[in-house]
Design a protein around this ligand. Structure first.
Ligand SMILES: Cc1cc2nc3c(=O)[nH]c(=O)nc-3n(C[C@H](O)[C@H](O)[C@H](O)COP(=O)(O)OP(=O)(O)OC[C@H]3O[C@@H](n4cnc5c(N)ncnc54)[C@H](O)[C@@H]3O)c2cc1C
Length: 402
């Protein structure tokens, strides 16, 4: 692989072929840029965060800035579906639940607080009481629920297939099994030396997940290192309901269901994608254990989802054998690498990045190609981990984008 193999200097090289890197290449090539993607392993490796069957997409954050971004990301997913002629989203909705017996302080549950934030932004989740919940979702035992119809699941295999198909159509070279040895940025162009040759481009995007600091260490003169740590759900289980009850748990009737105060999230069965209800239990490091009566998935099913008590249970082993990339201050890392006007980095997406991928890829492409972005990404600036300050980027407020 040499720059000449790409007919001279490229517009953009992307290091990392996860969903963030592929969406960066997607947006850049859509804008007419000549792009190459360098992936150390292989696209869709089960050990990477972007491998799986389903990822939830939702807007119910406590921080209004993330609500706006999630809303914008959904708009971009819709655009992506139209552009690629694919169905990426399973529009089943996402519902937060709470039960008095589990979290007696109902007024301060995640569902209530996130609904209050969403309402302030003009988004209006449906509110259900115990009677309405049991009428519509008879398998649940909860006192209140907040249902956002605009949320749901992303079909991961469909996304990866569509991205690779469209990138191939646009002649984007996706190189797998490539080891990056050195990166030199001379201000006009970035030369990436690999074990299979060099590639030179006007801009570089680093979206290498847990490999990000290794890549940054190869960039000559780069002092930035991101304080990344790893974590993963404590438990993940498949529940296969009895055949007679299966239709109750399919995405056309069951929304993504979350009880985030207890660390639980539930994905419904999606025909052709997954044959079981998936339940994950994640106790984030900053939330003390033992604050609710739910310390396991089995306890959650017993107390809140009794309709699954008779289901067949097994561990999730075929997917999600990978870690979240956490950052100490719990904010994404998304911006230009200090001291480099055309090198952008995106990492630290925790367990919530997939839904933002079309947006993150767009930002990374704009940063590396245009040295600025139409979105306000100041809070994600990687410069917070160095003493150096990035050149000011041209910023419009996210709300002004539409
Ligand atoms: C178990 C689990 C469940 C999740 N659930 C959800 C969910 O429901 N909803 C949601 O929105 N998000 C979810 N997420 C988060 C989301 O999946 C991730 O944020 C997202 O996939 C991150 O994508 P990425 O491209 O940054 O990372 P990755 O997919 O890890 O991609 C990085 C790529 O870079 C490559 N690489 C590394 N080093 C190098 C190098 N030196 N040179 C070249 N390439 C390199 C890697 O091989 C890899 O392919 C979940 C994450 C996990 C782990």
């Amino acid at each position: 692989m040499t720059a000449s193999a790409h007919d001279g200097v490229l517009d953009l090289v992307v290091i990392g072929g996860g969903v963030m890197g592929l969406f960066t290449a997607y947006h850049a090539s859509r804008a007419g840029a000549r792009v190459a993607v360098l992936e150390a392993g292989r696209i869709g490796d089960p050990r990477t965060a972007s491998y799986g069957r389903t990822r939830s997409y939702r807007r119910d954050y406590l921080d209004p800035r993330y609500v706006r971004l999630a809303d914008e990301a959904i708009r971009l997913w819709n655009e992506f579906e139209r552009d690629c002629g694919t169905r990426a989203l399973v529009r089943c909705g996402c519902m937060n639940i709470a039960a008095d017996a589990v979290t007696p302080e109902l007024a301060s549950t995640y569902g209530r607080r996130s609904t209050a934030v969403m309402r302030r932004l003009g988004l209006d989740p449906e509110v259900l009481d115990r009677r309405q919940i049991s009428t519509r979702f008879g398998y649940l035992s909860a006192d209140e629920a907040y249902l956002d119809d605009e949320a749901g699941l992303v079909d991961v295999a469909a996304v990866t297939e569509a991205l690779l198909r469209v990138l191939a159509q646009r002649k984007v070279a996706v190189h797998e099994g490539v080891e990056v040895a050195a990166i030199v940025d001379d201000g006009d162009a970035v030369r990436v030396t690999t074990d299979v040759g060099d590639v030179t481009a006007r801009g570089l995007v680093i979206a290498a997940g847990h490999g990000t600091n290794d890549v940054l260490s190869r960039l000559a003169g780069c002092e930035l290192r991101i304080p990344l740590t790893r974590d993963r759900p404590s438990e993940a289980k498949y529940y296969v309901p009895r055949p007679a009850e299966r239709s109750t748990f399919t995405a056309d009737r069951m929304p993504v269901t979350a009880y985030l105060d207890t660390g639980i999230y539930v994905h419904p069965i999606v025909d052709g994608v997954t044959e079981a209800v998936k339940i994950g239990y994640y106790n984030p490091p900053d939330v003390p254990r033992g604050t609710t009566g739910i310390e396991s998935i089995a306890a959650f099913v017993d107390q809140c989802m009794p309709g699954l008590r008779t289901a067949q249970v097994s561990d999730v082993r075929d997917v999600d054998q990978c870690d979240y990339d956490l950052v100490g201050d719990d904010e994404f890392v998304l911006g230009l690498v200090p001291g480099h006007r055309a090198v952008a980095v995106g990492v630290g997406w925790r367990g919530t990045g997939y839904k933002f991928a079309p947006w993150a890829g767009r930002v990374l492409h704009q940063l590396a190609r245009q040295q600025g972005t139409v979105y306000d990404v100041a809070q994600f600036d990687p410069a917070r981990f160095t003493d150096r300050v990035t050149d000011p980027v041209d910023v419009l407020q996210g709300d002004e984008v539409h």
